[in-house]
Ligand binder design. Structure first.
Ligand SMILES: Cc1ncc(COP(=O)(O)O)c(C=O)c1O
Length: 378
């Protein structure tokens, strides 16, 4: 039977070469030459003044509350329909995630519900752009300004996404991207901290280097390096960066291929949406997305589960996505809910993601589309 997995990590062919260069360079700990190349590219691509590779997006997220000096009890507004790390990064510092519902169309934090969730303890809004489709950043930035709140971006899905011409990841004072093997550009595990506010430049290097001023020491600015602040080890080995560099060199081709697959799904499945069988992703005007994932929203959980089961019988592996954080045991223990989270709960029950990976062939995609048609017609 044909088997079509949900994801298949893509290697460009240059990864081994670059890893062996890294080994020959004899600098395989963090911040070697491949790390610098990746950071420079990301910085230019995102028009971000500072980018620091981390060992995961989770690591970069964990740096947000440390850098901004958030304290126990401080509240951070975020969606519940997101990955664990968006919330856990703050909970680690004793902060309280305040879960707000998402919009029906984009499944992103509903900007019109944020204001009601703000209390005197609110210190930040942490957005997550689902599938690389942007949140309504104009309104969110205005609210943050009005209430003097930090804006953070969990931009895990977002490389190559923009909002009104500005790259996602460049709105927050701090943002985080992921290079996990399920993402568009990968290094197995991996991520980056994007620092858009120069007030955090020096501290970001210290926090990432175990709380030491090692960077300043390497630049010859201090004569010995020592423990100067809270920190951890958030930097990846240059071996990881070497892998990532091979991916970055192919970023355009990877991006183009993913968009082709995304568009093919969208056009082929549009008639099913028009006939009311399902709902397709919505990309608002002014948003350029990353083609990170392709989802369908079915009418209810039973229909979604039926769809997944039937796909699996045909060797296709669709998957659902986030379990709302507010309903998870840790979310109940450490978080707070602002208002009803009806859209979040519905999305979690009705959403499935279709297989999508760079080397997906036209035949494989046709098979997924035809199978979906058969399931609907049966
Ligand atoms: C929205 C979001 N944030 C953060 C992460 C964590 O990324 P990483 O595995 O690089 O830590 C994920 C993982 O898929 C994610 O979907």
């Amino acid at each position: 039977m044909t088997t079509i997995t949900f994801n298949r990590p893509y290697a460009t062919g240059k990864e081994f070469d670059y890893i062996s260069h890294a080994i020959q360079n004899m600098h395989i700990s963090g911040d070697g030459s491949f790390t610098k190349k990746c950071q420079n590219w990301l910085s230019e691509h995102l028009s971000a003044p500072q980018v620091l590779l981390t060992h995961s997006c989770t690591a970069a997220l964990e740096m947000f509350p440390i850098l901004t000096n958030l304290k126990a009890g401080d509240e951070v507004i975020m969606p519940s329909y997101t990955f664990v790390s968006t919330a856990n990064a703050f909970v680690l510092r004793g902060c309280v995630p305040v879960f707000v519902d998402i919009r029906e169309d984009t499944l992103n934090l509903d900007e019109n519900l944020i204001e009601e969730a703000i209390t005197e303890k609110t210190k930040a809004i942490c957005v997550m752009h689902y599938g690389g489709i942007s949140c309504e950043m104009d309104k969110i930035m205005q609210l943050a300004k009005k209430y003097d709140l930090h804006v953070f971006e969990d931009a895990a899905h977002c490389l190559f996404s923009s909002y009104k011409g500005k790259q996602l990841g460049s709105f927050g004072s701090l943002s985080a991207v992921s290079f996990h093997e399920t993402k568009n550009i990968i290094s197995g595990e991996g991520g980056a901290l994007i620092v858009n506010d120069e007030n955090y430049f020096d501290k970001a290097q210290i926090v990432r280097q175990k709380g030491t001023n090692r960077e300043a020491f390497l630049r010859g600015e201090v004569d010995k390096y020592t423990w100067v602040d809270v920190g951890s080890s958030y930097l990846p080995s240059d071996i990881i960066a070497a892998f990532l560099w091979a991916q970055i060199e192919h970023a355009e081709q990877i991006n183009a291929k993913r968009h082709k697959i995304w568009e093919t799904y969208f056009h082929a499945l549009k008639p099913f949406e028009d006939q009311g069988f399902l709902r397709l992703p919505v990309v608002p005007e002014g948003c350029q997305h990353s083609a990170h994932l392709f989802y369908l929203l079915m009418k209810d959980e039973a229909q979604r589960d039926h769809m997944i089961e039937k796909f699996r019988e045909k060797g296709i592996q669709p998957v659902f996505h986030y379990i709302p954080l507010h309903s998870a045991p840790a979310g109940q223990k450490y978080g707070k809910v602002a208002g009803e989270l009806e859209v979040t709960e519905k999305a979690s029950k009705c959403l499935l993601r279709l297989p999508m990976f760079v080397e997906m062939t036209e035949e494989q995609q046709d098979y997924v589309i035809k199978t979906l048609q058969e399931i609907i017609e049966s």
